[in-house]
Design a protein around this ligand. Structure first.
Ligand code: NAG
Ligand code: NAG
Ligand code: NAG
Ligand code: NAG
Length: 362
């Protein structure tokens, strides 16, 4: 009897040690915030367009050639900036796309981003059935009701839960590339670049307030990079002095949007009680090392229509030395710098008024 008790207590001890170990392992992946919700376009997309009727997809090789799961719909050879941001926040796995996120995993947040999407709902529609910012907000409402159910329909507790989550919003690039500067659209006949930056920011500000009304409190707004410099636009602009004037015109329009976005951050911080908005100056991060010193005149993969990688086409071998993976999107190495510096600013111009690491602690 005594020896039986003794072995029983040994078993109990081992069981306790093992379960403690398991808890400890979970604690390693314990993120700084309970959840990360992601809105945006291709720089954040993790596969939401895969099963939709659109040309705007990246779920084929060579996309994902350096990603453990292979091609997933990420517009990169490896991770995208949101994967890296999530890693830095302590998530042990990337945030799942709305298209496939199910069950308890949605409590960690959901990624709604859709390549070619814009603030304006007509943006990017020439590429098919993509998910505009307004539709992403509708999808968020679906998630919200699921979370409400999971948290036991205790509305106040959902509100409290969501107030700790980070909402990343990186959108607007396609409102230029696949709208204003695309000959198919008429916005450039209606607005000058300054007016267009204002209407875009007004619409985005409304969309952010919709998120605020459904519980969001911590927002990271990611600004635009130098859109005129992407291989797609440089090739569309042509060579010579008129080519470089065309590139400058696009870059200047994107900068106007960025100044508006920064001012939106100031306004919403003072207008919305308990909310914190930050602006990530992606253009500052882009124009400093290490991104600024990478090969930027050609993309790493062989291009189709100067836009996306040719399926199973050739790729460069030294991918970390390249800025552009395809005609529009950065390589894993560059995505990583955006994600890391959005999380932890390395220069005072990277983040305003502070970085995501501090946003998490607010
Ligand atoms: C909480 O309930 C109110 C009223 O029923 C509703 O308007 C609000 O959207 C809910 N908030 C969340 C975060 O579900
Ligand atoms: C913030 O509030 C001011 C004063 O009511 C208003 O003029 C401004 O448009 C608001 N800003 C935003 C971005 O909603
Ligand atoms: C702001 O936060 C305080 C303290 O948590 C809370 O009591 C109040 O209801 C919040 N107000 C809004 C509008 O979120
Ligand atoms: C972003 O940072 C750059 C410095 O690299 C600065 O010139 C620019 O004004 C900043 N943009 C905004 C919107 O603050």
């Amino acid at each position: 009897m005594a020896s039986q008790l003794k072995s029983l207590s040994w078993m109990l001890l081992i069981f306790l040690l093992l379960s403690n170990l398991k808890q400890h392992c979970n604690a390693v992946g314990n993120p700084q915030v309970p959840c990360l919700f992601v809105f945006g376009e291709s720089l954040s997309d993790v596969g939401n367009n895969n099963d939709r009727l659109t040309l705007s997809k990246a779920n084929y090789l060579p996309y994902g050639v350096d990603f453990p799961k292979g091609p997933t719909g990420r517009f990169s050879n490896g991770r995208n900036m949101i994967d890296v941001l999530a890693q830095n926040l302590g998530f042990d796995e990337s945030i799942s796309p709305f298209a496939t996120a199910r069950g308890e995993e949605i409590l960690r947040g959901v990624n709604y981003a859709s390549s070619s999407a814009g603030i304006r709902s007509e943006t990017g529609k020439i590429y098919g059935d993509i998910i505009s910012m307004d539709m992403q907000l509708e999808n968020y409402q679906i998630t919200l009701s699921q979370i409400n159910k999971m948290l036991g329909n205790r509305n106040t507790s959902t509100t409290e839960y969501l107030s700790k989550c980070i909402y990343s919003v990186a959108i607007g690039a396609n409102d230029y590339i696949d709208n204003y500067f695309s000959p198919v659209y008429t916005t450039s006949l209606i607005y000058n670049p300054q007016q267009y930056a204002v209407v875009l920011n007004q619409q985005l500000s409304q969309q952010l307030q919709t998120l605020y009304k459904s519980g969001a409190r911590k927002f990271a707004l990611i600004g635009l990079t130098a859109l005129g410099n992407i291989p797609f636009e440089r090739s569309a602009c042509g060579s010579g002095s008129s080519g470089s004037a065309c590139v400058d015109k696009i870059n200047n329009a994107a900068q106007l949007f960025n100044y508006g976005l920064k001012s939106t951050v100031d306004q919403l911080n003072s207008n919305l009680t308990n909310a914190t908005f930050i602006f990530i100056n992606a253009s500052a991060i882009e124009s400093s090392p290490p991104i600024a010193s990478k090969v930027a005149d050609v993309s790493c993969c062989e291009l189709l229509l100067n836009l996306v990688c040719i399926p199973f086409g050739k790729i460069c071998s030294n991918r970390n030395d390249y800025k552009y993976w395809d005609g529009i999107h950065p390589t894993d190495a560059v995505h990583a710098v955006y994600g890391e510096r959005a999380y932890k600013a390395q220069s005072p111009t990277d983040a305003y008024p502070f970085d995501v690491n501090r946003l998490a602690q607010v």
